[in-house]
Write a protein that binds this ligand. Structure first.
Ligand SMILES: *Cc1c(COP(=O)(O)O)cnc(C)c1O
Length: 360
């Protein structure tokens, strides 16, 4: 039986990549060593590291005046590093509140700076993206932070805010590499790797060079972007195996048509699932405003929540795993990142249709 893993993160990886890693695990390219055993200063690992960086730069079209950093600490550590590094001499930062992850970013930033929440969507239970002309932005803000894809709520921006001279900062943990974006519109992009990139333990930061080097006094060395930019992400031991795995995913993406091809498949996959929900005569419901529905994380509820347990049990028995919704919202959530094949979504939709007709 085929197994399809709909976990929100850590999440599904391309089977091909896992098999390649397996084949190379104990002896990487005849070196006699596992990548895990290599010195990060040795020529073998340095090559892996440089290739991963070059491939991601090519895939995303990262301009030359941006640094790409391979860090640790997850997206959570960026919630602190961003204000520590980007406040400079400014009085406050703008934040957009669209759900659980932006809420967390705001909570942490408040420890380091004055936060102006330029808009929130709490009036409708965080189920939509507020229109840009309703935002109360500060033209003197140090930066504007937003969460292009709210992994828990399933709300995704299908547009990029135009913030002029105010650097735009984006938490792309759950939708990086899923759609084409113009990196030059951003001051800083960050993402924990464990959703759409590779294993947990690696965090990507893409930051415009002029924003580096003005860190708040007293900031620990490890929390200064300059430390890692100057050290080529090797100031200390980087998460070598996670970077190697991410590099294999980048090669897999390149082989499969790059981000444009992924985006096309992601549109088809998400459309298929939302259509199944919307055509179920209310048996399933997605609470998110149609125009703002995520292509990566699809939350839905059953009309009768008493059937949740049975739905999950039967799904599991068919190899459709990890569909339970986030503890804060209940119901179901299907995360359908790049590595989830179309067949997985087709299998889920087939099951959902059957379950609805036998329980209506
Ligand atoms: C998962 C997630 C995080 C948290 O990531 P960690 O790497 O666990 O710190 C933050 N933001 C978003 C949008 C996420 O999806």
């Amino acid at each position: 039986m085929a197994i399809y893993n709909f976990s929100a993160g850590p999440a599904v990886l391309p089977k091909e990549v896992l098999l390649q890693a397996q084949a190379e695990l104990a002896d990487w390219h005849g070196s006699g060593m596992s990548v895990m055993e290599m010195s990060h200063r040795g020529k073998e690992y340095m090559g892996i590291h440089a290739q991963a960086e070059a491939d991601l730069r090519e895939l995303m079209g990262i301009p030359a005046n941006y640094k790409l950093l391979f860090l640790q600490g997850g997206a959570h550590l960026q919630f602190s590093m961003i204000p520590l590094n980007l406040m400079r001499d400014k009085a406050s930062a703008d934040y957009i509140y669209t759900g659980e992850w932006s809420k967390k970013a705001i909570g942490e930033a408040k420890k380091f700076c004055a936060v102006n929440v330029a808009i929130d969507n709490k009036d409708k239970n965080c189920s939509y993206v507020p229109a840009f002309d309703t935002w109360k932005c500060d033209p003197n803000a140090a930066y504007l932070h937003y969460t292009p894809n709210e992994t828990i709520g399933g709300v995704e921006f299908n547009w990029i805010p135009e913030t002029g001279d105010v650097p735009l900062v984006a938490d792309m943990s759950s939708n990086i590499l899923s759609r084409e974006i113009d990196v030059s519109k951003f001051g800083l992009i960050y993402a924990g790797a464990q959703k759409n990139i590779g294993p947990a333990g690696l965090t990507l930061v893409i930051v415009r060079e002029d924003l580096i080097g003005q860190v708040a006094a007293g900031t620990p060395t490890m929390l200064d972007y300059k430390t890692h930019a100057d050290g080529e992400s090797m100031y200390n031991t980087p998460p070598t195996f996670a970077i190697y795995m991410a590099g294999l995913v980048f090669q897999w993406l390149k082989k499969n048509g790059g981000i444009a091809a992924m985006e096309k498949t992601n549109i088809a996959k998400s459309q298929l699932l939302y259509d199944a929900i919307d055509s179920s005569n209310g048996f399933y419901n997605c609470p998110v405003n149609k125009a703002d529905r995520s292509r990566m994380n699809v939350p839905f509820t059953l009309k009768d929540a008493a059937l949740d347990g049975e739905f999950l049990k039967q799904a599991d028995a068919r190899g459709l795993l990890q569909l339970k919704g986030h503890r804060s919202v209940g119901g179901m959530r299907a995360s359908i990142y790049n590595a989830m094949p179309l067949e997985g979504v087709q299998a889920l939709v087939g099951f959902m249709n059957e379950f609805a007709s036998s329980n209506s």
